[in-house]
Design a protein around this ligand. Structure first.
Ligand code: NAP
Ligand code: F7E
Length: 344
């Protein structure tokens, strides 16, 4: 019989790649869809139209809906990817962030245990839980989150992953994933903002890219590589938590420089602090600093030590940093060219 998987957050970056992955593995895939005023199926339109997945209406804010979705999907495995995932927005909307990223997890695990106590659950935890902890960060590093997003995710990890595993013997794992990006990344996250904006600047459709803190360091991997690790965790005999990362860290500035080089801009930086700009070889300003994008509190440096995953899951990232930037740029150049052609 086909294994059944339920993905919350199926319309998001990771949910869409995970749905592709599980369909290819022969799973019967159910996805929870929340009501929005715009079309949320952008990333999963092919899977949906080819009837490879089943979508069920629900919301992390609604316990009754979660119970119904789980009763209909009857999953062997649940991947909880739904979240308010924007760290910057979590400072502006902390209650909403806690409602979905903490209380929502509680509603989901309680509904899941009621329906099937032996269900296996993946919880999308995050390197943001480490916050101020010095790099490299591994499963044994302490958590010091600095944003409402990081705090809500840590509390969900403590209470519903570690807590429910110990108290209720629930099979639940935290994937402590470091940043992972792709052409399906939302355009407000810094990597996609950079690749999409540079493609638009190249095409003459945008003047300048505005960014905040260029010195923050992140361990950036490719999202398509990371969803395999989520699945591998749920195939183990015992539930455990795993850091998933590349083990390489770069600044936002380095991401911008790599993308600019790959697209063919010869960049030089001028000025300091908020007045710093990057110009191309003709002296045109490509990048400016806009303090609006600074955060109230910043996570300065993330660098994951994923040696436990390498050893115990046999997982390794397949895509290099430069390859990731190239994949994102190529996609965005095609998207922008198509957009420009439509306008003509
Ligand atoms: P994403 O693209 O922002 O996707 C988030 C998903 O959650 C979307 O499908 C969204 O639905 C759904 N969602 C939001 N609020 C909901 C609600 N109230 N009820 C039901 N669904 C709701 O995020 P992602 O990058 O794929 O990340 C997936 C998960 O991994 C998230 O939990 C994130 O916090 C975590 N994570 C991500 C990274 C990373 O680098 N990407 C790293 C560590 C952890 P709509 O389409 O309707 O908005
Ligand atoms: O910011 C700096 C910003 O928003 C990265 C989420 O998937 O990964 C993601 O969270 C860095 C930060 O991702 C801009 O200050 C500079 O230092 O792309 P981001 P994030 O905050 O690291 C973690 C692991 C998650 O779990 C989250 O769900 O870039 N930065 N200038 C900027 N960031 C943005 N967004 N926009 C700027 O203009």
């Amino acid at each position: 019989m086909k294994k059944r998987a339920l993905i919350t957050g199926i319309t998001g970056q990771d949910g869409s790649y995970l749905a592709d992955f599980l369909v290819a593995k022969g799973y019967e895939v159910f996805g929870m869809l929340r009501r929005t005023s715009t079309d949320p199926l952008m990333r999963i339109v092919n899977l949906y139209e080819e009837r490879k997945i089943t979508l069920l209406s629900g919301n992390m804010r609604d316990a009754c809906a979660l119970e119904r979705v789980i009763a209909e999907a009857k999953p062997d495995e649940i991947y909880n990817l739904a979240a308010q995932s924007d760290v910057g927005i979590s400072f502006l909307c902390p209650e909403e962030t806690f409602e979905i990223n903490y209380y929502g997890v509680g509603r989901l695990v309680n509904a899941a245990m009621k329906e099937n106590p032996s269900v296996r659950i993946y919880q999308a935890s995050t390197s943001e839980m480490f916050g101020k902890t010095k790099p490299p960060q591994s499963e044994s590093s302490p958590f010091h989150p600095v944003s409402p997003y990081g705090e809500a995710k840590q509390k969900a990890h403590d209470d519903y992953v570690v807590g429910y595993r110990n108290r209720h013997h629930l099979f639940i794992c935290s994937g402590i994933l470091f940043n992972h990006e792709s052409p399906r990344r939302g355009k407000h996250f810094v990597t996609r903002k950079i690749t999409h904006s540079l493609a638009k600047i190249e095409a003459g459709l945008q003047e300048t890219l505005l960014l905040g803190n260029l010195e923050a360091k992140r361990d950036w991997g490719f999202a398509q590589d990371y969803v395999e690790a989520m699945w591998l965790m749920l195939q183990k005999d015992q539930p455990e938590d795993f850091v998933i990362a590349t083990g390489e860290s770069r600044t936002v500035r380095e991401f911008f420089e790599t993308a600019a080089r790959l697209i063919g801009f010869k960049i030089r930086f001028e000025g300091k602090g908020q007045d710093e700009v990057a110009k191309d070889e003709k002296g045109k300003i490509i990048l400016k600093i806009d303090p609006k994008y600074y955060r109230k509190a910043e996570v300065d440096s993330l660098l994951g030590d994923a040696s436990k995953a390498y050893k115990e899951l046999g997982w390794k990232p397949k895509t290099s940093f430069e390859e990731l930037v190239r994949i994102m740029l190529e996609h965005d150049r095609d998207e922008v060219r198509a957009m420009a052609a439509k306008k003509r």
